[in-house]
Design a binder for this molecule. Structure first.
Ligand code: FAD
Length: 496
């Protein structure tokens, strides 16, 4: 008597492939549409989802429910404590509602794919068609191949193929139609599915009232907020994106990653809107900003394509198998100092503290801190990967795993192992005035000039202030760390 769309990482009404197909079918059959969202606390635990991200999702679900309700479409919400029961319960609900068609959008991690594959069979047995759609990537995984017919492991040629593919198949970028309203008599049969309460955060993901207030201010949830954010970025910042994107203090990037991760904004929508800017407006800074930004959104697709082709990256394995042999240090004092922003490297510390406070870290800083953990401290990149995912509001397995693999030189398209960021130089280059450091490391807020990048090496007043305020000295010396890393990685990697 209805068609179901199961919302997962696609918490939006606009430009949603699965939802749009479900709505179209319901309309063709003259029946109604039901939205479904399942909270699975065990899934959140298993995937180390940060409390701020869980909260962001719940807030987005509440707004989605409201918007759907305006179309007389219910968002039925249920909590399923044991994630093994999700598939079974979905089948039960479909039967209870006498539904013959259930749609959703694909998630590409192996557990999720396996669950969806099982659902196709379980539903088939009951005469129900379960139809997951490609939606999360702009170009669906599996469509781009090298000349030799293989999956790309390097970004640049992959990106050229991605752009060419979109020229050949422009419909991949076109907007999926919005669902129309359910017929007025829909409530007579399905009235009880409306107004289901939004569950509380599970205890393990609780936020204090202060944290809750802070994250709500910083990260308005839902698709309307996502559209506001991207429109503001496109109107004000994209023209200068290429020149400005690497400066953390300048707030010059879109800050839409939390929306891409929760699916309150589709990557497809972002690329299409950015492309439209080319024709609408002569941009300050030319088209390079648009191109550069689309190239960044494409990285998100790239890492998903990699995950689909090499699913072992989801199993704590480095993409480059020779990295399985690296003997990492497991120095807990160092790991603790890194997490707490007390390494004595001000740019690293500022970045780590900003992550804790905001749930976000600028891309340049993610690279600097990841490189520092893996190369300066020689700590296992998987420790950093897990710490990030459990603190980011935009935590996303593929992008996070890809980013860590890149920085540790263990992933696809990696930095070569002998390329080791010099955190002092990175700091001077990308936080020239020390503005970012002074914001996040109050112990150094009164240190003047360039000394803020490395107060103990600068000596004099800077070192006195740092010491007086309890700012730690560097936990490893840069030259020593660099040589130790080179020697360790070289000896392990070169014998292969
Ligand atoms: P913008 O610069 O405005 O870019 C626009 C969008 O493009 C982003 O919202 C994001 O969806 C995508 N994007 C940009 N850069 C990348 C990239 N390098 N890889 C994949 N997608 C990208 N991004 C996440 O969304 N979730 C993560 O968990 C995550 N972990 C990371 C871990 C490490 C170690 C590194 C180096 C990068 C990681 N990134 C991750 C990528 C990137 O840092 C963020 O996407 C970006 O900082 C988000 O800010 P923004 O929306 O202002 O980005």
């Amino acid at each position: 008597d209805a068609v179901v769309h199961w919302f997962k990482r696609d918490l939006r009404i606009r430009d949603n492939t699965g939802l749009s197909k479900a709505a179209q079918l319901a309309k063709d059959k003259g029946i109604g549409l039901i939205g479904l969202w399942i909270m699975s606390p065990q899934d959140w635990e298993a995937h180390l989802v940060s409390p701020m991200k869980c909260d962001f999702e719940l807030r987005s679900v509440a707004l989605l429910q409201k918007e759907l309700q305006e179309l007389n479409i219910p968002l039925y919400i249920e909590t399923i404590p044991d994630r093994k029961n999700v598939a079974k319960r979905l089948v039960e609900l479909a039967q209870e509602w006498n539904v013959k068609n259930v749609f959703c959008n694909l998630e590409y991690e192996p557990d999720e794919l396996r669950r969806e594959e099982r659902l196709v069979r379980m539903m088939l047995e009951k005469g129900i068609n379960f139809d997951p759609q490609h939606d999360d990537c702009v170009v669906p995984p599996g469509n781009l191949k090298t000349g030799g017919g293989k999956q790309y492991a390097v970004y640049s040629p992959w990106y050229r193929a991605w752009v060419a593919h979109l020229h050949t198949f422009p419909h991949l970028l076109s907007e999926r139609p919005m669902p129309s309203a359910n017929p007025p008599n829909f409530r007579a049969r399905f009235g009880t599915l409306f107004d289901r309460p939004i569950p509380d955060l599970p205890l393990s993901k609780n936020l204090t009232p202060e944290e809750s207030e802070r994250f709500h201010q910083l990260w308005p949830a839902g698709e309307a907020a996502a559209i506001d954010r991207i429109e503001h970025f496109l109107a004000e910042k994209i023209g200068k994106y290429k020149e400005m994107r690497n400066f953390p203090a300048k707030n010059s990037t879109a800050r839409v990653s939390a929306h891409h991760a929760a699916g309150t904004l589709a990557a497809r929508t972002s690329v299409r809107l950015a492309q439209d800017m080319n024709s609408i407006k002569k941009l300050d800074g030319g088209k390079d900003g648009v191109k550069g930004w689309i190239g960044e959104v494409a990285w998100r697709d790239f890492y998903r394509h990699v995950l689909v082709h090499w699913p072992y990256v989801c199993m704590n394995k480095p993409f480059k198998y020779e990295y399985t042999n690296i003997e990492w240090e497991y120095n807990h004092t160092h790991f603790h100092a890194w997490k707490e922003g007390k390494t004595g490297y001000p740019i690293v510390d500022a970045a780590m503290r900003s992550l804790k406070h905001t749930g976000y870290m600028h891309n340049r800083l993610r690279m600097i801190t990841a490189s520092f953990l893996t190369k300066h401290l020689l700590l296992d990149w998987r420790l950093g990967e897990q710490y990030f995912i459990s603190h980011l509001i935009d935590g996303d397995f593929a992008s996070n795993n890809g980013g860590w693999g890149f920085c540790a030189s263990a992933g696809v398209d990696p930095q070569p192992y002998f390329r080791i960021f010099n955190p002092w130089l990175q700091s001077e280059k990308f936080d020239q005035e020390g503005e970012f450091i002074r914001t996040w490391v109050p112990e150094l807020s009164t240190v003047e000039g360039k000394a803020v990048h490395n107060p103990y090496a600068a000596g004099g007043k800077a070192a006195v202030v740092a010491k007086k305020n309890g700012y730690p000295e560097p936990i490893v010396e840069h030259k020593f760390a660099r040589e130790r890393c080179l020697a360790s990685l070289h000896s392990r990697l070169s014998y292969l």
